[in-house]
Ligand binder design. Structure first.
Ligand code: ADP
Ligand code: MG
Length: 249
């Protein structure tokens, strides 16, 4: 029996800029199909860690192995095709309809128009937007939550095995946010993608994570299942757990 290779593996990864370490000594693996949530204060290195995966950033030390091959040896375009990317600001093109935004990557990959149309339709259904109603709208004709759904659909368009989501629900009102978190869970059970999800919200981490990685000052200080995370005595974990408690009056 062959041992399954991790989807992503960080080996002694550090990144410095102007003599300052943005992240240091990252050593961890992300297994296929897991939802790893990177939690941490603002500035703790979450986005940096994520951008190292799709090679928007390159480590100054160590290496990141994607599907068994160092990211530096991957053809950049082929690597990015395997990785969907969803960010808070969404990055939808304002002058393109929902249909064209979602179908962008497949069309760049040379899919036939008919194929693209049916894929877009399928994806809009998947993220809970009726195609008849939304396909021809422009981004400014959507609410924040709807735009975010389009962003998720677009990231899924070419069916990448890995999804990177950087505070995708950060700008939404709490009710829409909870709704999208629930749908994300449902989607994840259906599609079984490998997901790396960044948040500074511990409640969100508990809802979505199969494991929580806590970042502090550029280091990954704890990496545990939610259950184990609750029991950790790490001081940064305790600070975060206090945020949960402060909700109970
Ligand atoms: N391009 C950059 N050049 C220099 N410093 C950066 C750059 N991007 C981020 N940083 C710094 O790196 C640290 C980690 O940033 P980031 O990964 O964006 O944190 P987070 O996503 O957890 O809020 C911060 O101190 C930030 O100021
Ligand atoms: Mg960030």
């Amino acid at each position: 029996m062959t041992e399954e290779i991790a989807q992503v593996e960080f080996r002694n990864v550090s990144l410095s800029r102007n003599d300052r370490l943005l992240v240091s000594n990252l050593n961890f693996s992300i297994q296929r199909g897991e939802a790893l949530v990177l939690l941490g204060r603002s500035g703790s290195g979450k986005t940096t860690t994520m951008k190292l995966i799709n090679r928007l950033l390159v480590p100054t030390q160590g290496e990141i192995i994607f599907d068994g091959i160092p990211t530096t040896e991957w053809n950049e375009i082929q690597l990015r095709r395997k990785i969907g990317y969803v960010i808070q600001e969404i990055g939808l093109f304002p002058h393109l309809t929902v249909e064209r935004n979602v179908g962008l990557v497949p069309s760049l990959q040379g899919w036939k128009p008919k194929q693209i149309k049916s894929r877009v339709c399928e994806l809009l259904h998947l993220v809970g937007l009726e195609p008849e109603k939304f396909a021809q709208r422009y981004p400014h004709e959507l609410s924040g939550g709807q735009k975010q759904r389009v962003g998720v659909a677009r990231a899924l368009a070419a069916d990448p095995p890995v999804l990177l989501m950087d505070e995708p629900f950060g700008a939404l009102d709490p009710i829409t946010r909870l709704e999208l978190q629930r749908e994300f869970l449902k989607l994840q059970q259906e599609l079984r993608k490998t997901v790396v999800f960044v948040t500074h919200d511990i409640q969100e981490a508990f809802i979505l994570a199969s494991r929580i990685g806590l970042m502090h000052k550029g280091e990954l200080v704890v990496l545990e299942t939610p259950k184990e995370f609750m029991r950790s005595q790490n001081s940064e974990v305790l600070s975060f757990l206090q945020c949960l408690k402060s909700f109970t009056l």
